[in-house]
Design a protein around this ligand. Structure first.
Ligand SMILES: *[C@@H]1O[C@H](CO)[C@@H](O)[C@H](O)[C@H]1NC(C)=O
Ligand SMILES: *[C@@H]1O[C@H](CO)[C@@H](O)[C@H](O)[C@H]1NC(C)=O
Ligand SMILES: *[C@@H]1O[C@H](CO)[C@@H](O)[C@H](O)[C@H]1NC(C)=O
Length: 423
């Protein structure tokens, strides 16, 4: 979500820059790196161009890739870090499973970008967890369907989904798969931003999943959005119903699915030593809240190499509906299609009371997208919710993923909570 503004600026910048090949510098750098004899160098900037499995391999962790087919034909990719770097799998010993779900315009890269010692994906593996990372339909690693073509300009059906389908169809498919493959009956769920929204959707519509989740940790929880403080989202909220029309008129219904411009932009303008680096940070803070103290600007080119990871316009529209309507409802197709789809003129509200899972809402006072008032309402309606304030006054929407001290401020506490429900 936060990359929306950034991406608009990037698109403009790329036009101004006049079509310079984004990959020119990279080829040279990789050749130099390889001349040291290993496949990957320890150059951090190279991480901008590595995909998630290659990133994980680069840092010496085991990784598996799994394809899951949904009931409506999407092929989703999940990545698994089955154990820590210097551990071996002991046959017959089942590790507890944790499932990680990324936010809007993001992908599973979120959980590994900051590298070993920092990124939660690696920390969880070192702590003895079997780590599964989901990728929502339409994002970089899940742009496939058995029949529909995501790039078709004629039939744009591939992109006709919002986060309702991600929660109602993708999550159940991925969670069932991870449980079957690991031989476990239950898992822990950790989501960031839209990764929390889709969990609340699943829990409301598919209460049978209450029995499959040990605990849920919501980083920057997003369900109610009446108090949303993101200037950009608030500006578009009144126009949501036109956005999808515009996006599918000029393209396919996909929003920001190509990282080549932002990768180039990050490399050119956001590296250490460039005079424009603070502009890059400011672009991000505009959407996520400002916290210079916890943001490692050195990592900007790596972050920009993996964003934006693509989404359907409807995901954005559905959030716009949540802001404008001040409720947490299913996607509003307009009253005629609502009658067909839901049997009512207005889309039904998600019934959060169906969720009986221990749900920990990790929130802060400096997150424009997850305001304390909205978190309080969510907390009141959940069956078993606990509010947990992150103990840092300026913690913002991306600090959940990337804060320099995320481990001390958040992850250690989450690990304690996970262990407490395992016993
Ligand atoms: C697009 O393809 C789907 C699935 O094959 C089909 O149901 C739909 O009618 C097609 N839409 C158009 C506009 O051709
Ligand atoms: C992204 O856009 C660039 C430039 O328009 C193009 O060369 C490249 O193939 C695109 N990448 C993908 C994955 O679509
Ligand atoms: C910021 O990231 C760079 C590159 O990964 C790393 O060398 C540095 O230690 C990080 N800074 C802090 C304060 O963690």
């Amino acid at each position: 979500m936060w990359l929306l503004t950034a991406s608009v600026l990037l698109a403009v910048a790329s036009l101004v820059a006049g079509g310079r090949s984004p990959h020119a510098d990279y080829v040279e750098e990789l050749v130099r790196a390889n001349s040291f004899g290993s496949r990957f160098s320890n150059n951090i900037y190279e991480d901008a161009r590595l995909n998630v499995p290659d990133l994980i391999r680069k840092y010496g962790y085991p990784v598996q890739s799994h394809n899951v087919r949904t009931s409506d034909g999407y092929i989703l990719q999940m990545f698994r870090i089955p154990h820590g770097r210097d551990q071996n799998n002991v046959p017959g010993v089942k590790k507890p499973v944790v499932f990680l779900m990324h936010g809007l315009f993001a992908s599973s890269a979120d959980w590994v970008l900051m590298g070993p010692g920092n990124a939660f994906g690696y920390l969880l593996a070192e702590e003895g967890y079997d780590v599964w990372m989901g990728n929502a339909r339409g994002s970089t690693y899940s742009r496939r369907h058995i029949r529909l073509n995501p790039d078709s300009k004629i039939n744009k059906s591939f992109w006709h989904f919002s986060w309702d389908e991600i929660g109602n169809i993708d999550l159940p498919a991925m969670i069932n798969y991870a449980l079957a493959a690991s031989g476990q009956k239950k898992l822990h769920y950790i989501g960031h931003s839209q990764g929390t929204t889709v969990f609340f959707v699943m829990g409301s519509l598919r209460p049978e999943f209450n029995n499959k989740i040990l605990s849920m940790h919501a980083f920057g929880p997003v369900a109610y959005m009446a108090h949303n403080k993101s200037p950009l989202l608030n500006a578009i909220a009144p126009h949501v119903n036109n956005i999808e029309k515009i996006v599918s008129f000029i393209g396919t219904g996909e929003f920001f699915g190509n990282t080549s411009v932002s990768t180039w932009f990050g490399d050119t303008f956001c590296r250490d030593g460039t005079s424009t680096q603070s502009m890059c940070s400011n672009m991000i803070f505009l959407i996520t809240g400002r916290n210079e103290e916890q943001f490692n600007a050195t990592m900007l080119p790596v972050i920009m190499g993996h964003y934006p990871a693509g989404a359907a316009a409807r995901q954005l529209v559905h959030y716009g509906q949540s802001i404008a309507g001040r409720e947490f409802r299913r996607y509003d197709h307009g009253w005629m299609r609502n009658m067909v789809t839901y049997g009512t003129r207005r889309p039904p509200r998600y019934n959060l009371g169906n969720i009986k899972i221990p749900t920990f809402l990790h929130y802060t006072y400096n997150d424009p997208l997850s305001q304390a008032e909205d978190v309080t309402r969510l907390h009141e309606e959940l069956g078993a919710g606990v509010k947990m304030l992150v103990p840092h006054p300026l913690f913002n929407h991306i600090d959940f993923m990337w804060a320099i001290d995320a481990k001390e401020l958040l992850y250690d506490r989450v690990l304690d909570l996970m262990r407490s429900v395992e016993e």
